[in-house]
Ligand binder design. Structure first.
Ligand code: DGJ
Length: 747
């Protein structure tokens, strides 16, 4: 029995596979009657043993079986790894193929396996990676369909120390005929029971990633997108948790898809209480023609197991996505403090105005100036010029290069907004290539923010956009790009693709987007890209591979941001959460909150400003200077530390979270109260993750407390702490209030 560094055990006789490290075990075997992989276990790490056949459940049932006079060869009653369609399983399959004869019946059987050191790359797709081969191993299990000579490779990777398994699938056509792939999920797993709640993140523009939790019911429940992007509506993530699971305790299985297009996360509970979870490209509106010798690679799913509650799952995702998804040089790096002119000027600016803002921002300590929408073509509102990426000389007489030079001379880095995937009708590009728009020419086209979507499935379109962007980047000395995307795809039709390949459009579109990212980063490897899609409409791990931060939401209101950032943190690290202090009354909510509250929320993200600093009073400028210097002192802790959610904004008036440094010597706590309460009851905020016998100094109090009592008793937020002074006082803290507390270990 080979023992490959103890990450993958294989029982060659029984064809059992056990992927394991100190944290997780993932076990499956080949079912001798069907020759298909049968799932046995996923969860907390267990001891390896010669065989796990005691986990096989084989009840004779009234059902349809593969073999004659055999009552236990039904796939409906077999827990599977990658179920197909057409024989004895009536649940939703993980894949569906359409053969030349027109049937969709698949009979794949185990063929062989290979163990790869490290983690093979996924061609054309973003994925988590290893830094050294010894860090992970990948098991490739190959299944073959004798009838068509098609192969399916199931990839399972396990890292030495992480509590997760990644999965993806590759189809190869080794046959002689074309087959159609109608459905190609990245993974499937059959859990033996259904005692789970499902957690997912849903929302809409300006209220992304709200957390929802519901018990599973018998039948199908799913989250999905069919909009051409991962969407504001459903993030490509869900978790199955035990009903008793909390933030800090209990079993959690997280599923996160490294993909930015149409997705599906589906859970089907059958009437024997088996829970089938699948995730991958949304099969709705998908079809891929696979010619002989061609292959199709699905995106990757990261399956996290946590025995320490939902927060434990998040910490595993955060560490992986910071260190093994984000790429050099931004991998696990702190981010520059930026100022963005969008909410300060919208489309209405001149170079002088921009320079005034930049100068004032520099004075406050900002490091990067970002020029948002409106710098190109004749763009003075949202009806013009997308696709014409040449500078508007009326607003910027010295062009982007001139402005960039001036900004750099101030000692700031310079960033620029693009929306490369979109086009307006009034551009030369549209006049020359109306066929590059996604639409069915013979049918009406719909408008989204007055713009159309370019057909990124067409490599010529990607080339043209690369050339336009490259021209600006070469001359402009651009350090950062904000890559926006403000409308979903409708009338999905590509003039490039033949009629029987239109089902490939959505996926080819996203591959085209990835290829443009890849080409730009090849050419400008130090570029920092922040992705954006009307806020968080494409905040997903696929884009984090190229753009290590994302604009979390167009909603910059501090109170709304509590929910949005809390939900987003379920999967994504703070270093990826774009968060800015904006003006009041807030432009989305009309709400007025203090500068303190706004910064206290924005600290727990990339941090920056999005307001006209030239309009601030001296007192406000001083506050901003203090905030920036505070953030600079603490950003390593915030961007590299371990994040704990303490109080949920979805459950009450108060929200709290904290970050603890990797060495547990420092911590920063954010505590927020939405509405002030009259004569409030006592409240204690239990902290987490502190070293039990370490004595911490508490700033601002100067008090000293042990980690053990802070973890178990917590900080006391009494009336005095809330600084209302006398109970009649109207001068004290009111609605929308925040406290930032810093803990430092005493030497
Ligand atoms: C939508 C983005 O989310 C905003 O931040 C801003 O960049 C606008 N687009 C510009 O049009």
């Amino acid at each position: 029995m080979p023992d490959n560094k103890n990450l993958i055990y294989v029982n060659e006789d029984k064809l059992e596979f056990h992927l394991t490290n100190q944290e997780v075990s993932y076990i499956f075997r080949v079912f001798e009657k069907s020759k298909q992989p049968e799932h046995l276990y996923f969860g907390k790490s267990i001891q390896n043993r010669p065989s796990f056949d005691f986990l096989i459940e084989r009840e004779p049932r009234s059902s349809i079986n593969l073999n004659e006079k055999d009552y236990t060869s039904s796939l409906e009653h077999t827990k599977q790894e990658y179920p197909g369609f057409g024989t004895t399983d009536f649940r939703y399959p993980a894949f569906e193929l359409e053969y030349p004869e027109g049937d969709r019946i698949s009979n794949f059987a185990y063929d062989s396996y290979v163990i790869h050191e490290g983690k093979p790359k996924l061609e054309g797709l973003p994925a988590t990676y290893t830094d050294s081969a010894g860090e992970a191993q990948t098991l490739e299990v190959i299944l073959r369909d004798a009838h068509s000579n098609l192969l399916i490779s199931l990839f399972y990777s396990i890292f030495e120390t992480r509590s997760l398994i990644t999965r993806s699938v590759k189809f190869h056509n080794e046959g002689k005929e074309i087959v159609k792939l109608n459905h190609a999920m990245s993974m499937s797993i059959d859990f033996p029971d259904d005692d789970f709640d499902m957690i997912h993140l849903n929302g809409a523009w300006a209220r992304e990633n709200h957390v929802e939790r519901q018990p599973l019911f018998k039948g199908v429940q799913s989250i999905s997108s069919a909009r051409g992007a991962s969407s504001h509506m459903h993030n490509p993530f869900f978790a199955l948790v035990r009903p008793e699971t909390t933030e800090r305790q209990g079993d959690v299985y997280g599923f996160s898809l490294v993909y930015s297009g149409n997705h599906l996360g589906q859970v089907e509970v059958d009437t024997y209480n088996v829970t089938r979870a699948t995730m991958g490209i949304n099969p709705y509106q998908f079809q891929w023609k696979l010619k002989p010798d061609e292959a199709f690679q699905t995106p990757e799913v990261v399956m996290v197991y946590s025995a320490t509650g939902i927060n434990g799952m998040s910490q595993t995702y955060h560490d992986l996505y910071r260190n093994r998804l984000a790429r050099e040089p931004w991998k696990n790096q702190t981010r520059p403090i930026l100022i963005n002119n969008w909410e300060a000027t919208y489309f209405d600016f001149t170079e002088d105005k921009i320079m005034e803002i930049a100068e004032k921002a520099k004075e406050a300590g900002v490091e990067l100036f970002v020029l948002d929408d409106g710098w190109f073509g004749e763009r003075n509102d949202d009806s013009s010029s997308l696709g014409n990426w040449t500078e508007n000389k009326v607003k910027l007489p010295d062009g982007i290069a001139g402005l960039s030079d001036k900004i750099h001379k101030l000692g700031l880095k310079f960033g620029l907004w693009f929306e490369p995937e979109m086009i307006n009708k009034d551009t030369p590009l549209y006049q020359e290539h109306p066929e590059w728009v996604i639409r069915m020419p013979a049918k009406p086209i719909s408008y989204g923010r007055n713009q159309f979507v370019l057909d990124f499935s067409n490599p010529e379109v990607v080339d043209a956009l690369f050339n336009q962007m490259d021209a600006i980047l070469t001359h402009g000395k651009i350090d950062y790009i904000k890559w926006d995307m403000n409308r979903y795809i409708t009338e999905p039709f590509s003039t490039l693709l033949p009629h029987d390949r239109q089902g490939e459009l959505y996926h080819r579109y996203i591959l085209g987007v990835y290829s443009l990212y890849e080409r730009l980063l090849d050419r400008y490897p130090d570029l920092l890209i922040e992705s954006c899609a009307g806020g968080g409409g494409r905040f997903d791990p696929g884009l984090l591979y190229y753009a290590p931060q994302a604009w979390t939401s167009d909603d910059t209101d501090a109170v709304e941001r509590l929910k949005i950032q809390y939900g987003t943190s379920l999967v994504y690290p703070l270093s990826s959460l774009g968060s800015h202090v904006s003006a009041v009354p807030n432009h989305q909510m009309g709400r007025t909150t203090s500068l303190d509250m706004r910064s206290a929320v924005a600290y727990f993200g990339t941090f920056g400003y999005e307001l006209d600093v030239t309009k601030l009073s001296e007192d406000e400028m001083n506050q901003i200077k203090a905030q920036i210097s505070f953030f600079k002192d603490n950003r390593r802790l915030i961007h590299e530390g371990i994040f704990y959610r303490l109080k949920s904004p979805f459950e009450g008036n108060e929200t709290a979270w904290m970050v603890v440094s990797q060495d547990r010597k420092e911590a920063l706590i954010g505590f927020y109260q939405v509405l002030a309460q009259p004569n409030p009851s006592y409240s204690r905020l239990k902290l987490a993750g502190l070293e039990e016998d370490t004595l911490y100094t508490i700033d601002p109090d100067g008090e000293e407390r042990y980690g053990s009592d802070l973890n178990t008793i917590g900080l006391l937020f009494s009336e005095n702490e809330r600084q209302r002074g006398h109970f009649w006082s109207i001068n004290g803290k009111s609605d929308f209030h925040s406290w930032i507390v810093k803990l430092t270990a005493k030497e």
